[in-house]
Design a binder for this molecule. Structure first.
Ligand code: GLN
Length: 281
């Protein structure tokens, strides 16, 4: 069978299965099965599909039809233009989270400084920031050793030398350390949110998604606990749900952060809120 026929069939199968992006998914899975990129596939669509690649592609498409996320099947997802290894023990990097990277970069006006990324997962935020600010020292922490290993592997693979990773449950292993910038994409979905039962999130770790009855448990903790780990004048920036902007601004203001504000994602939703630790007089 020709590669373009195989691709058309895979697309049809994923359309029937209700995948939201059947053509793209089929291309990514076929490319993974072939060990080639999409440009190669567009160029050589009239070639015969090698038997092994065809079998591999069919197995991947069957798993996708059952709902498994493409990023877990291929083991890779691009974030901030960086190809990152993914693993079911960590959240799949999302385009929304690039808003948090933009916010952090906008606050990193000095040539040097220290940034902390809490709950780093695959290391996406830490690595995106580190790749843009080579003069900064970046630390990503996660309470899961598998996540820390994955983030380190990503840093190595990308040759990003100014990002380190460490096991820590939030600030537990960071006693006495202070940062100019602290960022996090914590769990923020309410435990009864129906979207947890739909699509790719069903296969992602609940520990990275769910945070109490209103989804605010971890955000509330981080706002309170980050204060003493910020340098005077340092910024805390947190990703949150599209309807949590007001709540997170209130949390920040209540703890005494200054210049509290929110930023919108590409879809126009308030996605990141930030505040500055006042300089003591
Ligand atoms: N934005 C993610 C979702 O809605 C949630 C990510 C998170 O909880 N940090 O699927």
């Amino acid at each position: 069978m020709r590669l373009d026929t195989l691709l058309a069939r895979a697309t049809g199968r994923l359309t029937e299965a209700g995948s939201p992006s059947p053509r793209l998914d089929a291309e990514l899975l076929l490319c993974h099965a072939l060990g080639r990129d999409r440009t190669w596939l567009y160029t050589w669509g009239d070639r015969e599909a090698p038997t092994l690649a065809r079998a591999r592609c069919e197995a991947l498409v069957a798993a996708r039809a059952l709902g498994h996320p493409v990023a877990y099947l291929t083991g890779e997802r691009e974030f901030w233009g960086l190809p990152l290894a993914t693993h079911p023990s960590t959240l799949i990097p999302r385009p929304d989270t690039e808003t948090l990277v933009e916010v952090a970069l906008a606050r990193a006006t000095r040539a040097q400084g220290r940034l902390l990324d809490l709950g780093t997962g695959s290391g996406a935020i830490a690595l995106a920031f580190a790749s843009e600010r080579p003069g900064w020292q970046v630390l990503g922490v996660d309470r899961q050793p598998e996540a820390v290993a994955l983030a380190r592997r990503n840093a190595e693979r990308l040759g990003i030398a100014n990002a380190a990773f460490r096991v820590s449950d939030w600030f537990v292993a960071l006693a006495g350390e202070r940062y100019a910038l602290i960022v996090a994409n914590p769990p923020y979905v309410a435990e009864d949110d129906p979207h947890l039962a739909q699509g790719d999130v069903r296969f992602e770790p609940a520990s990275a998604l769910v945070a109490g009855p209103e989804g605010l448990d971890d955000l509330r903790y981080l706002v309170a606990a980050a204060h003493e780990h910020l340098e005077p004048g340092g910024w805390l920036a947190l990703e949150h749900g599209h309807a949590q902007g007001t709540a997170v601004r209130e949390l920040l203001t209540a703890v005494g952060y200054a210049d509290v504000a929110s930023r919108r994602d590409l879809a126009g939703h308030e996605r990141v809120s930030l505040g500055r630790r006042p300089t003591e007089r």
